[in-house]
Design a protein around this ligand. Structure first.
Ligand SMILES: NC(=O)c1ccc[n+]([C@@H]2O[C@H](COP(=O)([O-])OP(=O)(O)OC[C@H]3O[C@@H](n4cnc5c(N)ncnc54)[C@H](OP(=O)(O)O)[C@@H]3O)[C@@H](O)[C@H]2O)c1
Length: 331
Protein backbone atom coordinates (compact mmCIF):
# COMPACT_ATOMS: atom_id res chain seq x y z
CA UNK A 1 0.00 0.00 0.00
CA UNK A 2 1.03 3.65 -0.38
CA UNK A 3 1.92 5.50 2.83
CA UNK A 4 3.63 8.67 4.01
CA UNK A 5 6.75 7.46 5.79
CA UNK A 6 9.68 9.08 7.61
CA UNK A 7 12.85 7.32 8.75
CA UNK A 8 14.32 10.33 10.55
CA UNK A 9 13.01 13.34 12.46
CA UNK A 10 13.02 16.65 10.64
CA UNK A 11 10.99 19.18 8.65
CA UNK A 12 8.29 18.13 6.17
CA UNK A 13 11.01 17.39 3.54
CA UNK A 14 11.81 14.13 5.40
CA UNK A 15 8.43 12.69 4.38
CA UNK A 16 8.28 10.21 1.50
CA UNK A 17 5.38 8.58 -0.31
CA UNK A 18 6.40 4.91 -0.33
CA UNK A 19 5.05 1.40 -0.85
CA UNK A 20 4.88 -0.39 2.50
CA UNK A 21 3.25 -3.53 3.87
CA UNK A 22 -0.38 -3.33 4.80
CA UNK A 23 -0.66 -3.38 8.65
CA UNK A 24 -1.57 -6.61 10.41
CA UNK A 25 -4.35 -6.60 13.01
CA UNK A 26 -4.53 -8.09 16.49
CA UNK A 27 -7.62 -9.67 18.07
CA UNK A 28 -9.00 -6.31 19.27
CA UNK A 29 -8.11 -4.36 16.14
CA UNK A 30 -9.94 -3.22 13.04
CA UNK A 31 -8.36 -2.84 9.60
CA UNK A 32 -9.64 0.32 7.97
CA UNK A 33 -9.33 1.36 4.35
CA UNK A 34 -8.53 4.97 5.07
CA UNK A 35 -10.49 7.58 3.13
CA UNK A 36 -9.21 10.67 4.94
CA UNK A 37 -6.92 11.65 7.83
CA UNK A 38 -6.30 15.00 9.49
CA UNK A 39 -3.31 17.20 10.29
CA UNK A 40 -2.72 18.62 13.76
CA UNK A 41 0.22 19.91 15.82
CA UNK A 42 0.74 16.38 17.19
CA UNK A 43 1.64 15.22 13.67
CA UNK A 44 4.19 18.06 13.43
CA UNK A 45 5.65 17.02 16.82
CA UNK A 46 5.95 13.35 15.75
CA UNK A 47 7.50 14.39 12.43
CA UNK A 48 10.12 16.75 13.90
CA UNK A 49 10.73 14.93 17.17
CA UNK A 50 10.40 18.31 18.91
CA UNK A 51 10.01 19.01 21.73
CA UNK A 52 12.50 16.29 22.60
CA UNK A 53 10.33 15.21 25.52
CA UNK A 54 7.85 13.80 22.98
CA UNK A 55 10.52 11.32 21.81
CA UNK A 56 9.97 9.32 24.99
CA UNK A 57 6.78 8.19 23.23
CA UNK A 58 7.82 8.31 19.58
CA UNK A 59 11.40 6.93 19.72
CA UNK A 60 14.58 8.57 21.03
CA UNK A 61 16.85 8.54 17.92
CA UNK A 62 14.40 7.81 15.12
CA UNK A 63 10.63 7.37 14.80
CA UNK A 64 9.49 4.03 16.21
CA UNK A 65 6.42 4.17 13.94
CA UNK A 66 7.48 5.28 10.46
CA UNK A 67 3.99 6.04 9.09
CA UNK A 68 2.65 9.45 10.10
CA UNK A 69 -0.92 10.37 11.08
CA UNK A 70 -3.32 9.72 13.95
CA UNK A 71 -6.95 10.59 13.12
CA UNK A 72 -8.66 8.61 10.44
CA UNK A 73 -11.94 7.81 8.82
CA UNK A 74 -12.73 5.10 6.31
CA UNK A 75 -14.32 1.73 5.70
CA UNK A 76 -13.73 -1.42 7.77
CA UNK A 77 -12.19 -4.19 5.66
CA UNK A 78 -11.34 -6.78 8.35
CA UNK A 79 -11.81 -7.26 12.11
CA UNK A 80 -9.89 -9.18 14.79
CA UNK A 81 -11.33 -12.21 16.59
CA UNK A 82 -12.55 -10.24 19.65
CA UNK A 83 -14.07 -7.29 17.75
CA UNK A 84 -17.79 -7.13 18.38
CA UNK A 85 -18.76 -3.56 17.47
CA UNK A 86 -17.76 -3.46 13.80
CA UNK A 87 -17.83 -5.58 10.68
CA UNK A 88 -16.49 -5.18 7.14
CA UNK A 89 -18.28 -2.41 5.24
CA UNK A 90 -18.91 -0.19 8.30
CA UNK A 91 -17.88 3.45 7.97
CA UNK A 92 -15.88 4.52 11.03
CA UNK A 93 -13.90 7.43 12.44
CA UNK A 94 -11.38 7.63 15.26
CA UNK A 95 -7.67 7.40 15.94
CA UNK A 96 -4.91 4.87 15.40
CA UNK A 97 -1.46 4.32 16.88
CA UNK A 98 0.51 3.13 13.86
CA UNK A 99 -0.10 5.76 11.20
CA UNK A 100 -3.12 6.91 9.20
CA UNK A 101 -1.45 8.65 6.24
CA UNK A 102 -1.77 5.39 4.37
CA UNK A 103 -4.24 3.44 2.29
CA UNK A 104 -4.88 1.09 5.23
CA UNK A 105 -4.54 1.51 8.97
CA UNK A 106 -5.03 -0.74 11.96
CA UNK A 107 -6.90 0.74 14.94
CA UNK A 108 -8.03 -0.73 18.28
CA UNK A 109 -11.84 -0.98 18.32
CA UNK A 110 -11.97 1.12 21.54
CA UNK A 111 -10.63 4.10 19.56
CA UNK A 112 -13.31 3.94 16.83
CA UNK A 113 -16.98 4.82 16.44
CA UNK A 114 -19.47 4.85 13.58
CA UNK A 115 -18.93 7.80 11.25
CA UNK A 116 -21.79 10.32 11.60
CA UNK A 117 -24.06 9.72 8.61
CA UNK A 118 -24.35 13.40 7.72
CA UNK A 119 -20.59 13.96 7.29
CA UNK A 120 -18.34 13.49 4.28
CA UNK A 121 -15.14 11.53 4.88
CA UNK A 122 -13.15 14.77 4.79
CA UNK A 123 -15.35 16.31 7.49
CA UNK A 124 -15.26 13.15 9.62
CA UNK A 125 -11.45 13.08 9.51
CA UNK A 126 -11.41 16.58 11.01
CA UNK A 127 -13.11 15.50 14.22
CA UNK A 128 -11.29 12.85 16.32
CA UNK A 129 -8.20 14.43 17.96
CA UNK A 130 -9.44 18.04 17.91
CA UNK A 131 -13.05 17.22 18.76
CA UNK A 132 -12.20 14.89 21.64
CA UNK A 133 -9.76 17.46 23.05
CA UNK A 134 -12.36 20.22 22.77
CA UNK A 135 -14.97 18.01 24.42
CA UNK A 136 -12.62 17.29 27.33
CA UNK A 137 -11.87 21.00 27.68
CA UNK A 138 -15.52 22.12 27.65
CA UNK A 139 -17.25 19.23 29.42
CA UNK A 140 -14.63 17.85 31.83
CA UNK A 141 -11.97 20.47 32.60
CA UNK A 142 -14.21 23.50 32.13
CA UNK A 143 -17.45 21.87 33.33
CA UNK A 144 -19.27 24.44 31.20
CA UNK A 145 -22.93 24.98 32.08
CA UNK A 146 -25.77 26.87 30.45
CA UNK A 147 -25.60 30.61 31.03
CA UNK A 148 -21.85 30.74 31.67
CA UNK A 149 -19.46 33.00 29.80
CA UNK A 150 -16.63 31.17 28.00
CA UNK A 151 -13.55 32.58 26.27
CA UNK A 152 -11.94 30.38 23.60
CA UNK A 153 -8.37 31.41 22.72
CA UNK A 154 -7.29 30.06 19.31
CA UNK A 155 -10.93 29.81 18.21
CA UNK A 156 -10.13 29.48 14.50
CA UNK A 157 -7.84 26.46 15.01
CA UNK A 158 -8.57 22.74 15.09
CA UNK A 159 -9.42 22.44 18.79
CA UNK A 160 -10.78 25.97 19.08
CA UNK A 161 -13.26 25.65 16.20
CA UNK A 162 -14.71 22.57 17.90
CA UNK A 163 -14.63 24.16 21.39
CA UNK A 164 -16.64 27.22 20.28
CA UNK A 165 -19.42 25.01 18.91
CA UNK A 166 -19.43 22.56 21.84
CA UNK A 167 -19.53 25.39 24.40
CA UNK A 168 -22.49 26.89 22.49
CA UNK A 169 -24.18 23.49 22.48
CA UNK A 170 -23.76 23.40 26.28
CA UNK A 171 -25.59 26.74 26.50
CA UNK A 172 -22.67 29.12 27.08
CA UNK A 173 -22.15 32.61 25.73
CA UNK A 174 -18.87 32.41 23.82
CA UNK A 175 -16.22 35.01 23.05
CA UNK A 176 -13.76 33.83 20.40
CA UNK A 177 -10.16 35.04 20.30
CA UNK A 178 -8.69 35.04 16.79
CA UNK A 179 -6.93 37.13 14.15
CA UNK A 180 -9.10 39.77 12.40
CA UNK A 181 -9.18 37.79 9.13
CA UNK A 182 -10.95 34.96 11.02
CA UNK A 183 -13.69 37.03 12.71
CA UNK A 184 -16.40 36.06 10.19
CA UNK A 185 -15.34 32.41 10.38
CA UNK A 186 -15.64 32.18 14.19
CA UNK A 187 -18.98 34.00 14.10
CA UNK A 188 -20.17 31.39 11.59
CA UNK A 189 -19.30 28.75 14.23
CA UNK A 190 -21.67 30.48 16.65
CA UNK A 191 -19.38 32.80 18.62
CA UNK A 192 -21.35 35.64 20.23
CA UNK A 193 -18.40 38.03 20.39
CA UNK A 194 -14.92 38.23 18.87
CA UNK A 195 -11.68 39.48 20.39
CA UNK A 196 -8.86 40.33 17.93
CA UNK A 197 -5.64 39.07 19.47
CA UNK A 198 -3.52 41.36 17.27
CA UNK A 199 -4.92 44.51 18.88
CA UNK A 200 -6.65 43.50 22.13
CA UNK A 201 -5.83 41.34 25.13
CA UNK A 202 -7.91 38.64 26.75
CA UNK A 203 -8.57 40.79 29.86
CA UNK A 204 -10.23 43.47 27.67
CA UNK A 205 -13.59 43.08 29.46
CA UNK A 206 -12.22 42.45 32.96
CA UNK A 207 -12.70 39.29 35.07
CA UNK A 208 -15.92 38.13 33.41
CA UNK A 209 -15.30 34.60 32.11
CA UNK A 210 -16.37 31.52 34.04
CA UNK A 211 -14.17 29.39 31.78
CA UNK A 212 -11.17 30.27 29.60
CA UNK A 213 -10.12 27.58 27.11
CA UNK A 214 -6.55 28.27 25.99
CA UNK A 215 -5.41 26.61 22.76
CA UNK A 216 -3.09 29.23 21.27
CA UNK A 217 -0.36 31.68 22.16
CA UNK A 218 1.78 31.71 25.26
CA UNK A 219 0.15 34.12 27.66
CA UNK A 220 1.33 34.33 31.26
CA UNK A 221 -1.05 32.89 33.84
CA UNK A 222 -1.38 36.35 35.42
CA UNK A 223 -2.95 37.70 32.22
CA UNK A 224 -5.22 34.68 31.69
CA UNK A 225 -6.38 34.87 35.31
CA UNK A 226 -7.31 38.55 34.90
CA UNK A 227 -9.98 37.41 32.39
CA UNK A 228 -11.45 34.86 34.83
CA UNK A 229 -14.04 35.33 37.56
CA UNK A 230 -12.62 34.72 41.08
CA UNK A 231 -13.79 31.08 40.99
CA UNK A 232 -13.39 30.62 37.24
CA UNK A 233 -11.58 27.79 35.44
CA UNK A 234 -8.65 27.94 33.04
CA UNK A 235 -8.61 24.88 30.76
CA UNK A 236 -5.11 24.69 29.26
CA UNK A 237 -5.11 22.71 26.02
CA UNK A 238 -1.81 23.80 24.55
CA UNK A 239 -0.03 26.80 23.25
CA UNK A 240 3.14 27.61 21.41
CA UNK A 241 4.12 24.04 20.57
CA UNK A 242 7.08 25.29 18.53
CA UNK A 243 8.55 27.28 21.42
CA UNK A 244 11.43 25.39 23.01
CA UNK A 245 13.35 22.34 21.73
CA UNK A 246 13.15 20.30 24.94
CA UNK A 247 9.91 20.91 26.87
CA UNK A 248 8.08 23.50 24.78
CA UNK A 249 4.88 24.24 26.71
CA UNK A 250 4.69 20.93 28.61
CA UNK A 251 6.17 22.35 31.83
CA UNK A 252 3.65 25.21 31.78
CA UNK A 253 0.78 22.81 31.36
CA UNK A 254 1.83 19.80 33.40
CA UNK A 255 3.77 21.37 36.28
CA UNK A 256 3.26 25.11 36.67
CA UNK A 257 -0.53 25.19 36.20
CA UNK A 258 -1.37 22.42 38.72
CA UNK A 259 1.09 23.91 41.26
CA UNK A 260 -0.30 27.44 40.99
CA UNK A 261 -3.83 26.04 41.17
CA UNK A 262 -3.11 24.93 44.76
CA UNK A 263 -2.63 28.52 45.88
CA UNK A 264 -5.34 30.50 44.05
CA UNK A 265 -9.14 30.52 44.06
CA UNK A 266 -9.38 29.87 40.35
CA UNK A 267 -8.98 26.35 38.95
CA UNK A 268 -6.11 25.87 36.49
CA UNK A 269 -6.66 22.60 34.65
CA UNK A 270 -4.46 20.88 32.11
CA UNK A 271 -6.54 19.23 29.37
CA UNK A 272 -5.32 15.91 28.06
CA UNK A 273 -7.25 14.17 25.33
CA UNK A 274 -8.25 10.61 26.15
CA UNK A 275 -9.02 8.92 22.86
CA UNK A 276 -12.01 6.67 23.36
CA UNK A 277 -15.13 5.48 21.61
CA UNK A 278 -17.55 7.01 24.15
CA UNK A 279 -16.32 10.53 23.42
CA UNK A 280 -16.41 9.92 19.66
CA UNK A 281 -20.00 8.75 20.06
CA UNK A 282 -20.85 11.89 22.06
CA UNK A 283 -19.33 14.02 19.29
CA UNK A 284 -21.30 11.98 16.75
CA UNK A 285 -24.53 12.85 18.60
CA UNK A 286 -23.67 16.57 18.59
CA UNK A 287 -22.87 16.35 14.87
CA UNK A 288 -26.03 14.47 13.92
CA UNK A 289 -28.15 16.91 15.94
CA UNK A 290 -26.68 19.80 13.95
CA UNK A 291 -25.00 21.39 17.00
CA UNK A 292 -21.48 20.65 15.71
CA UNK A 293 -20.22 20.87 12.13
CA UNK A 294 -16.50 20.24 11.67
CA UNK A 295 -14.81 23.02 9.72
CA UNK A 296 -12.47 21.86 6.95
CA UNK A 297 -10.07 24.56 5.77
CA UNK A 298 -8.58 22.56 2.88
CA UNK A 299 -7.85 19.05 1.64
CA UNK A 300 -4.62 17.64 0.19
CA UNK A 301 -4.11 14.32 -1.60
CA UNK A 302 -1.95 11.76 0.25
CA UNK A 303 1.07 12.46 -1.98
CA UNK A 304 1.00 16.10 -0.83
CA UNK A 305 0.84 15.42 2.91
CA UNK A 306 4.07 17.40 3.43
CA UNK A 307 2.38 20.50 1.99
CA UNK A 308 -0.62 19.92 4.26
CA UNK A 309 1.69 19.98 7.29
CA UNK A 310 3.49 23.10 6.05
CA UNK A 311 0.08 24.75 5.65
CA UNK A 312 -0.77 24.01 9.30
CA UNK A 313 2.44 25.71 10.44
CA UNK A 314 2.36 28.73 8.14
CA UNK A 315 -1.09 29.03 6.56
CA UNK A 316 -3.29 30.12 9.51
CA UNK A 317 -6.06 27.70 8.52
CA UNK A 318 -9.71 28.21 9.42
CA UNK A 319 -10.49 24.88 11.06
CA UNK A 320 -8.84 21.64 10.01
CA UNK A 321 -6.55 20.51 7.19
CA UNK A 322 -7.33 17.05 5.84
CA UNK A 323 -5.33 14.51 3.82
CA UNK A 324 -7.45 12.42 1.44
CA UNK A 325 -6.67 8.97 0.06
CA UNK A 326 -6.98 7.52 -3.39
CA UNK A 327 -10.28 5.60 -3.25
CA UNK A 328 -9.55 2.04 -4.31
CA UNK A 329 -5.93 1.19 -4.62
CA UNK A 330 -5.90 -1.78 -2.25
CA UNK A 331 -4.13 -4.85 -3.53
N1 LIG B 1 -3.78 18.53 25.45
C1 LIG B 1 -4.04 17.74 24.40
O1 LIG B 1 -4.38 16.56 24.56
C2 LIG B 1 -3.97 18.35 23.03
C3 LIG B 1 -4.67 17.78 21.97
C4 LIG B 1 -4.65 18.44 20.75
C5 LIG B 1 -3.90 19.61 20.62
N2 LIG B 1 -3.20 20.09 21.66
C6 LIG B 1 -2.41 21.33 21.57
O2 LIG B 1 -3.35 22.39 21.50
C7 LIG B 1 -2.82 23.45 20.71
C8 LIG B 1 -3.83 23.80 19.63
O3 LIG B 1 -4.03 22.70 18.76
P1 LIG B 1 -4.84 22.91 17.42
O4 LIG B 1 -4.93 21.60 16.75
O5 LIG B 1 -6.07 23.66 17.69
O6 LIG B 1 -3.80 23.84 16.62
P2 LIG B 1 -4.10 24.86 15.43
O7 LIG B 1 -5.15 24.31 14.53
O8 LIG B 1 -2.77 25.22 14.88
O9 LIG B 1 -4.75 26.12 16.17
C9 LIG B 1 -4.01 26.98 16.98
C10 LIG B 1 -4.74 28.31 17.01
O10 LIG B 1 -4.07 29.21 17.90
C11 LIG B 1 -4.14 30.49 17.33
N3 LIG B 1 -3.12 31.39 17.87
C12 LIG B 1 -1.79 31.42 17.58
N4 LIG B 1 -1.20 32.39 18.29
C13 LIG B 1 -2.17 32.97 19.03
C14 LIG B 1 -2.17 34.04 19.97
N5 LIG B 1 -1.06 34.68 20.32
N6 LIG B 1 -3.35 34.38 20.53
C15 LIG B 1 -4.49 33.73 20.23
N7 LIG B 1 -4.56 32.70 19.34
C16 LIG B 1 -3.40 32.34 18.76
C17 LIG B 1 -3.96 30.26 15.85
O11 LIG B 1 -4.46 31.38 15.13
P3 LIG B 1 -3.69 31.96 13.83
O12 LIG B 1 -4.03 31.04 12.73
O13 LIG B 1 -4.29 33.31 13.70
O14 LIG B 1 -2.23 31.97 14.17
C18 LIG B 1 -4.79 29.00 15.64
O15 LIG B 1 -6.11 29.31 15.34
C19 LIG B 1 -1.47 22.95 20.20
O16 LIG B 1 -0.47 23.44 21.06
C20 LIG B 1 -1.57 21.44 20.32
O17 LIG B 1 -0.31 20.84 20.45
C21 LIG B 1 -3.23 19.50 22.87
Amino acid sequence: MKAIVHDTYGPADVLQLRDTDRPTIGDDDVLVQVRAAAVDPGVWIFMTGRPYLARLASGLRRPRVPVLGRDLTGVVTAVGARVTRFRPGDEVFGTCLRGSYAEFASAPQRRLARKPANLSFAQAAAVPVSGMTALRAVRDSGQVRAGQRVLVIGASGGVGSHAVQIAKAYGATVTAVCAPARADFVRSLGADDVLDYTSEEVDRDGPVYDVVIDTGGDRPFSLLRRALTPRGTLALVGGAYTKGPVLSGYDRQMVRAPLLSLFVGQRLRSVSAVERAEDLAELGRLIESGALTPAVDSTYPLAEAADAIRHLRDGHPAGKIVVTMPESTGR
